[in-house]
Design a protein around this ligand. Structure first.
Ligand SMILES: C[S@@+](CC[C@H](N)C(=O)[O-])C[C@H]1O[C@@H](n2cnc3c(N)ncnc32)[C@H](O)[C@@H]1O
Length: 242
């Protein structure tokens, strides 16, 4: 039997996604900075600025990867009691764990292998949840959004940072060209080619901004703020459980 190709078309198995991120974990941070010209750091910082102050709060960053959002949140919010970083890729989490040790940020942080589709947290137990550049990779996104709605406390904040397909204007064409032609080439120079050809495909099969808004509303969220970066190619969506 031939091995399934990582040239992915939907639907794909979660285990294949995890295996792909395991393989690229060592180069992930370096390529993120390079391919976004460090804009990813700025976008994540803006996300962190939307995390509410909450004494003894519990924060969950799902699809945490190498942990950048969780570590920045833990630094910015000493009043929280607990920070949980969940991901399906053990490889990505091992880098997250190493980074939290180097930053001396281990006491309130837990890293755990878990899927956004079945979050092992009690209902209404989390004050703020985030997912950055992760929702697009989740196989059953609707199930994941329902899980976020379940685990968040009433009025809890949900932050999504994600790539979208920009639809109009010259810059959107320039971006599409970069995303489909240049980015996979740079990615393949330093890492696994399939992962960086998968990236634009996963964006193309993701929600449009209005589809995501509708889906969030259908799960009981109120969308409070949306910020466009890169002419709409990247968006930060802040919603709150009603
Ligand atoms: C592009 S990385 C984003 C990592 C990090 N959040 C960031 O901002 O750099 C996507 C991450 O989503 C994780 N992932 C994919 N599907 C997942 C799922 N169903 N549940 C949890 N994590 C998932 C992958 O393992 C990977 O670490």
């Amino acid at each position: 039997m031939t091995k399934p190709s990582v040239q992915m078309t939907r639907p794909i198995e979660e285990s294949m996604v995890a295996a792909m991120f395991d393989r690229i974990s060592g180069r992930y941070d370096f390529l993120n900075r390079l391919l976004s010209a460090r804009q990813d750091v700025r976008w994540r910082n803006i996300l962190i600025s939307m995390v509410p102050t909450k004494k003894n709060g519990r924060f969950l960053d799902m699809a945490t990867g190498t942990g950048d959002v969780l570590l920045a949140a833990a630094k910015a919010h000493p009043e929280y009691a607990e920070f949980i970083g969940g991901d399906i890729s053990k490889g990505m989490l091992s880098f997250a764990e190493r980074k939290s040790g180097e930053a001396g940020l281990t006491s309130r942080i837990h890293w755990a292998v878990m899927s956004a589709e079945t979050i092992p947290e009690k209902a209404e137990s989390i004050d703020c949840a985030s997912i950055s550049f992760g929702l697009r990779n989740v196989v059953n996104k609707e199930k994941a959004l329902s899980e976020f709605a379940r685990i968040l406390k009433p009025k809890g904040v949900f932050l999504i940072l994600e790539f979208f397909t920009p639809t109009s204007g010259l810059m959107s064409k320039v971006f599409q060209f970069y995303f489909h032609n240049i980015l996979p080439r740079i990615g393949s120079l330093f890492s696994e080619k399939e992962a960086y050809t998968y990236l634009p495909k996963s964006v193309a099969s993701f929600y449009s901004p209005s589809e995501l808004r509708d889906s969030l509303r259908s799960k009981g969220f109120v969308v409070e703020k949306e910020i466009n970066f890169l002419f709409g190619a990247c968006r930060l969506v802040k919603s709150r459980k009603a």
